[in-house]
Design a protein around this ligand. Structure first.
Ligand code: NAP
Length: 312
């Protein structure tokens, strides 16, 4: 039975995925959604997806589950109203490793005052700023899931004092864990650098608001590698202008690509990245999908799914 690849990516990108996925699972017949016959549409119960058009999935009435090649499935969860099939997202240790590398790199960028030294150089200014040791630098990680936990541990292994925040209570050796609303306030109050790795849900949308950003210590740094809508942009710009937040490294935005007239592009205290903190690795991701689909063929067991009501 064929497995359709359902996606809004351009045709070349779709074919690149189909080629790598087919190489990883040579027993499966993976085809573009557009080539399905009506009989195939009626029969298929599994699809592989990358930002799928919701109506394409609704045209597959026997669908039991879909496997996303991406870790973030917020758009799909938002666009599908009460889906009758399960959504499995990519959980790839390679992706968590890549994300933790980006988190470490940009935390070091803020920790070692690189934005300030770049400005000093532009003004021919020779000035040695006070040195802060890593253990004195308190990092707060919002979200302790697949990406947040690995990133928090990598920061701790590099000597930083690390705390994290999740929905459910957690115990992670070397990390101070907070949860719930009060936990959020406690975490924000002690975050010299705040790293956001939360999924975008109805609860996290606009979470970094005027009110919550005000809890940060004066001059805190901010890194958002999750989703743009978690931050209230106007609130952040206000806090940057007031110096409450000294610098923001932003990889994700409400609208991507970031519109040319957006204030972030020219802002002296913002680093704009084009959604590159943790790109999916085609081969690594395809091998994980291949394992999951092989296991499903053998046992009928669908891998752990996204909780659509929770939003992640
Ligand atoms: P995940 O495994 O689902 O983990 C999500 C974490 O957020 C969990 O610890 C969860 O708490 C916590 N959380 C969710 N809602 C919360 C709430 N209302 N209050 C407190 N904590 C909450 O997700 P992940 O794989 O780590 O990925 C996180 C996000 O990274 C993705 O959703 C995606 O948006 C983004 N991402 C970005 C890139 C990029 O290149 N920029 C690449 C991949 C992914 P519990 O543990 O208690 O459930």
């Amino acid at each position: 039975m064929v497995i359709p690849f359902v996606s809004r990516l351009d045709l070349d990108a779709q074919q690149a995925w189909i080629d790598v996925l087919s190489a990883a699972m040579p027993d499966e017949h993976i085809v573009p959604f557009a080539t399905l016959t009506p009989e195939q549409k009626s029969a298929c119960h599994l699809a592989i997806v990358a930002d799928p058009e919701p109506n394409d999935l609704l045209a597959l009435p026997a669908l039991t589950w879909v496997h996303s090649v991406w870790a973030g499935v917020e758009r799909m969860v938002h666009e599908l109203v009460s889906p009758t099939f399960s959504i499995v997202r990519l959980v790839d240790p390679q992706l968590a490793d890549t994300m933790s590398e980006a988190v470490l790199a940009w935390t070091l960028f803020l920790h070692r005052d690189m934005p300030a030294y770049a400005k000093q150089q532009a003004n021919y200014r020779w000035e040695q700023r006070p040195m802060v040791q890593a253990k004195e630098r308190r990092i707060g990680v919002l979200g302790l899931g697949e990406l947040g936990k690995v990133s928090a541990l990598r920061l701790a292994h590099n000597g930083f004092s690390v705390a994290g925040w999740s929905r459910n209570e957690k115990h992670i050796a070397g990390i101070t864990c907070f949860d719930g609303h009060e936990g959020l306030v406690s975490l924000l109050r002690q975050s010299d650098i705040l790293v956001c790795l939360l999924p975008l849900t109805s609860e996290t949308k606009g979470l970094l608001s005027r009110e919550s950003l005000a809890y940060l210590p004066a001059g805190a740094g901010l890194i958002n590698f999750a989703r743009g809508l978690i931050i209230d942009d106007n609130a952040l710009l206000e806090k940057l202008d007031q110096g409450v937040v000294s610098h923001a490294v932003l990889d994700v935005f409400m609208q991507e690509p970031l519109p040319k007239n957006h204030q972030y592009w020219q802002h002296h205290a913002v680093t704009v990245l084009p959604h590159i903190s943790a790109p999916t690795h085609l081969i690594s991701a395809s091998l994980i999908l291949a394992d999951n689909i092989k296991y499903y063929r053998m046992t009928g067991i669908i891998p752990s799914c996204v909780d659509v009501s929770r939003g992640y």
